[in-house]
Design a protein. Structure first.
Length: 189
């Protein structure tokens, strides 16, 4: 068969990456591009294989690699842009967290009495009507901070989804299950 020698020849010339998977050489990448161009002219895998002197399965695998790369590269660019947008949003939210926010009600800042004005002798300062003059401070609002924290959590969720960090964990369970039927010898099971 012609499939085996050609496939083996391609694999033996390729280097392996750190995971032990075969990596593409420049020649393989160029051949894949030629195969994609031939496929775009509606040539069959067998026609491509015959013209290039390779196995039909090799032509098919090369075209599949081109299709995967065509999808992966734009996706990687889009993923990078999305991550940059998430980083920008996160920086903006962190600025919101660093600011103080005052409570506003009916278009006015809400303030509370914290003390009474006193003169240098410690006596209360009075207004023209004889009433003590209050010292007020703005009431801080935690609402924007809590909203910003919620947004940070959502950004983190988006980032994890984008990077595939929340992917389901696969479990490899292997073993042998044995059962016995009473009265039946093991060799008949």
């Amino acid at each position: 068969m012609t499939d085996q020698p050609d496939t083996m020849a391609v694999r033996t010339t390729q280097a392996r990456d750190w995971r032990g998977r075969f990596t593409r050489s420049v020649e393989t990448a160029q051949r894949d591009a030629v195969i994609a161009e031939m496929k775009s002219r509606r040539m069959s895998y067998q026609q491509i294989a015959d013209e290039l002197g390779i196995a039909r399965s090799t032509a098919h695998e090369a075209y599949q690699r081109v299709l995967e790369r065509t999808i992966e590269e734009p996706a990687a660019d889009a993923r990078k842009r999305e991550l940059e947008d998430l980083d920008f949003a996160q920086r903006q939210i962190l600025e919101v967290l660093e600011r103080q926010h005052v409570t506003v009600s009916h278009g006015r800042v809400v303030r509370r009495l914290v003390d009474w004005e006193r003169d240098e002798d410690g006596e209360y300062v009075l207004d023209s009507d004889g009433n003590r003059i209050g010292v007020y401070e703005d009431v801080l609002d935690d609402g924007p901070i809590l909203q910003a924290v919620d947004r940070l959590i959502k950004i983190g969720e988006s980032r994890r989804k984008l990077l595939g960090l929340d992917a389901a964990t696969k479990m490899d369970v292997s073993g042998t299950v044995t059962s016995r039927i009473i009265g039946v010898p093991d060799d008949e099971l």
